[in-house]
Design a protein around this ligand. Structure first.
Ligand SMILES: Cc1cc2nc3c(=O)[nH]c(=O)nc-3n(C[C@H](O)[C@H](O)[C@H](O)COP(=O)(O)OP(=O)(O)OC[C@H]3O[C@@H](n4cnc5c(N)ncnc54)[C@H](O)[C@@H]3O)c2cc1C
Length: 386
């Protein structure tokens, strides 16, 4: 395996780096406590630029008008972009609408109704799997879907759902066969959030500033024509999407954050003088920088390897667990050290460090809590040896 970038990838990386330096990082000074919040007019202005640069709908296959990038190349871009804090942490709409991977499993008729409007940025869709009593263990979800004529009738409560307030649809995971659950008993429905029987309630914001929503479904009728994939496919589809997300969002994004935090640590250590000498001359500080660079390098190779294998069609589920844990814990340690080196300034909202610190803390819980990923990885490794 060779992770040297092709000429095309190198050019793309440089284009994105210039875009981040010239367009995103200057916006950070206006962010302050509102970091990671991009107003709609600013987003639209920047979207015109990403379109002009050919950075539009990066994940979307060329047949649907996207750039059709492989995951490895997409990771290189994400790594560059997340050096900046101007973008919302979860929202990648700067590079085009986010069409959840699951949507590509639509039938031609569903593509007309759901996929294309999402790709045209006319409709938004959120992902609703978690429930009050089923977070890390989604197979224990209670939301039920019972067939009735041409419809299914859904009852249940989804919680912690990002973007439910602005979305037109939700990809709702519901139990269609309680005896099977994760083994073919969970189905993915596209639910119109304006349907009778839907109630959406705002939840208290969490540590990273994000507000999520509870969706209560009471006798909500969803046409059978809104099932994505086959009945009972939902769990597998969701796992596929989450696996890819772990590599790109939780792997390469964390690389970008750590790289910039290390740059900031070095720059500050050179100019901050204590006890008559710059911090950069103190071994304690040099060790923090050295440890951070070593850990970043190791995580980088792991992310690249995993993305490369994914593009080759290998099953990378276990590797994706390693990527999410390693990259997120690495970036958390690096940002923590960078805060320490900056002293009080590191805690100030004037710098992005405290913001990253809060975002990274959140990521250790969302899309696969660390303990569950470690447990599954260990169990899979033991099973493979027996
Ligand atoms: C900001 C934010 C946005 C979110 N957005 C979405 C969204 O858009 N859609 C969606 O469906 N969900 C979303 N979620 C939900 C998120 O995915 C869940 O919170 C997550 O899966 C953890 O579930 P839980 O909170 O119920 O924790 P629990 O399952 O109750 O676990 C609590 C803790 O117990 C420990 N634990 C659990 N199981 C084990 C085990 N087997 N072994 C050892 N330790 C264990 C872990 O330390 C874990 O942190 C979001 C959450 C947040 C905070």
């Amino acid at each position: 395996m060779d992770f040297h970038l092709t000429e095309e990838q190198q050019l793309l990386k440089e284009t994105v780096r210039r875009f981040v330096d010239n367009e995103l990082i200057p916006l950070e000074s206006q962010s302050g406590a509102e970091r990671g919040v991009m107003s709609e007019p600013v987003l639209r202005r920047l979207q015109e630029k990403t379109k002009a640069l050919g950075l539009w709908m990066l994940d979307v296959p060329e047949e649907y008008g996207g750039a059709g990038l492989d995951l490895f190349t997409r990771c290189i871009i994400t790594e560059e972009v997340f050096r900046s804090t101007a973008l919302p942490f979860r929202d990648a709409r700067l590079f085009g609408p986010e069409a959840r991977a699951v949507l590509f499993h639509c039938t031609p008729e569903q593509k007309e109704r759901f996929l294309f409007p999402v790709l045209r940025d006319e409709k938004l869709i959120c992902f609703a799997q978690t429930e009050p009593d089923a977070g890390s263990d989604p197979a224990s979800m209670r939301t039920s879907a019972v067939p009735d004529g041409d419809d299914y009738v859904l009852n249940g409560t989804k919680r912690w759902i990002t973007g439910a307030d602005v979305s037109d649809y939700a990809q709702v995971m519901a139990v269609t066969d309680p005896a099977k659950r994760a083994r073919g008993g969970i189905t993915c429905f596209i639910v119109d959030l304006k349907s009778p029987g839907i109630q959406i309630d705002k939840q208290a914001p969490v540590i990273n500033g994000e507000t999520t929503f509870e969706i209560v479904l009471t006798d909500v009728r969803v046409p059978k024509a809104n099932i994505i994939g086959e009945v009972g496919d939902g769990f597998n589809l969701a796992q596929q999407w989450i696996t890819q997300g772990r590599i790109q969002r939780h792997g390469s994004r964390q690389l970008g954050i750590a790289a910039r935090a290390i740059d900031m640590m070095i720059d500050y250590a050179k100019v901050r003088v204590t006890f008559g000498k710059p911090l950069s001359e103190r071994q304690a500080i040099q060790f923090m920088i050295a440890d951070s660079v070593m850990e970043l390098r190791a995580a980088e190779l792991m992310v690249y390897d995993c993305a490369w294998r994914f593009d080759k069609g290998e099953d990378v589920r276990d590797l994706s667990y390693m990527v999410k844990i390693t990259a997120t814990e690495m970036a958390s340690r690096v940002v923590d050290r960078a805060i320490q080196v900056h002293g009080a300034m590191g805690l100030s909202t004037e710098l992005p460090l405290e913001w990253w610190y809060r975002q990274l803390r959140t990521i250790r819980i969302t899309e696969g809590v660390t303990e569950v990923l470690r447990w599954r990885l260990g169990a899979n490794l033991i099973r493979a040896k027996s």
